[in-house]
Design a protein around this ligand. Structure first.
Ligand code: NAP
Length: 286
């Protein structure tokens, strides 16, 4: 439970809960209830995006949970993301307003550029991301967003962005799970003071079938999901697990009350071919 509530300090001066709850592909009719359940189970950090078409349901789930638990808005950390086709100064401001309205909130804790989205059709991606970032900085200045960051940015996407940035990204949310740990990107982010978040920490469910992980989980007396989420957090990376199944949400919330040996942590880090998307960001051009 400690990890769910523990906050990691970001370069923005705000704290971010050390584990979060994802909502990609959550069916709209299940989203509000699953977000509410996650918060009741101790999650304090909810991840959505305009692309997921469920910001309204995520906002509804947060409000349901605040009413049920008596928590205040400040105790919940909400992230949403700007979609590729909404990049550019004016478009970003308009897309943000739409996200804020859909969520029904007064401010967002963390706003991310979803993908660097480089050519084919975005030949001027450096300039587009720089203009987008200026708008994100304005949202911080206006008090509508507490922290800003990126997602799926590799060092060669981050370097040009940081050349014109006034605010260094607080977070980079990347694909990270057994078999896909992107060490160069993680090292680069850390050396520039960015917190790393793990999307698809369970490799979208594929990690749960890995024989090495199944055997190791039985030794610890935990589920494979708990083992993997514990491993991500123990590497200092924020796992964003997704589930719409109440028993799994509860199970995942109990992932952080045991300690992996250094040997087992290293063994998980060296696994290969576990599944997941293993997506190269430059292949996402839509
Ligand atoms: N920035 C990006 O580009 C990006 C990309 C992808 C994802 N994300 C974020 O990262 C979050 C997590 O990624 P993800 O949704 O791809 O995958 P994930 O959390 O790695 O896996 C989710 C899948 O595992 C199942 N699952 C969860 N807990 C389980 C358990 N204890 N036992 C058995 N099955 C379990 C879920 O099923 P049920 O839901 O049916 O229970 C779902 O099918 C997303 O929701 C989203 O917020 C961001």
């Amino acid at each position: 439970m400690g990890t769910l509530k523990k906050r990691i300090m970001m370069n923005s001066g705000c704290g971010i809960p050390a584990a979060g709850f994802g909502t990609w592909q959550s069916e709209p009719e299940k989203t509000a209830a699953s977000v509410c359940k996650a918060i009741e189970c101790g999650f304090r950090h909810i991840d959505t995006a305009s692309l997921y078409l469920n910001e309204a349901e995520v906002g509804e789930g947060v409000r349901m949970a605040l009413e049920k638990t008596g928590l205040s808005r400040e105790e919940i950390f909400v992230t949403t993301k700007l979609w590729n086709t909404d990049r550019g100064y004016g478009r970003t401001l308009r897309a943000f307003e739409a996200s804020l309205n859909a969520l029904g909130l007064d401010y967002i804790d963390l706003y991310l550029i979803h993908w660097p989205a480089v050519p084919a059709q975005y030949e001027c991606w450096r300039q587009l991301n720089a203009e987008t970032w200026k708008a994100m900085e304005k949202l911080v200045d206006d008090g509508l967003v507490r922290s800003i960051g990126v997602s799926n940015f590799m060092p060669y996407h981050l370097e040009p962005l940081m050349e014109s940035a006034r605010i260094i990204p607080a977070v980079n949310q990347i694909e990270y799970h057994p078999g896909w740990i992107q060490p160069e990107c993680v090292d680069f982010c850390r050396s520039h003071g960015m917190v790393v978040e793990a999307w698809s920490p369970l490799a979208g469910g594929d990690a749960l079938k890995c024989a090495t992980l199944v055997e190791m989980a039985s030794r610890y007396g935990c589920s494979v999901s708990q083992l993997v989420l514990n491993w991500v957090a123990s590497n200092g990376i924020i796992p964003l697990s997704k589930s719409v199944t109440p028993s799994r949400i509860e199970e995942n919330s109990r992932s952080f009350d045991f300690e992996l040996s250094d040997e087992d942590r290293a063994a998980i880090s060296s696994l290969k071919g576990v599944g997941g998307k293993c997506r190269l960001p430059d292949t996402v051009t839509y």
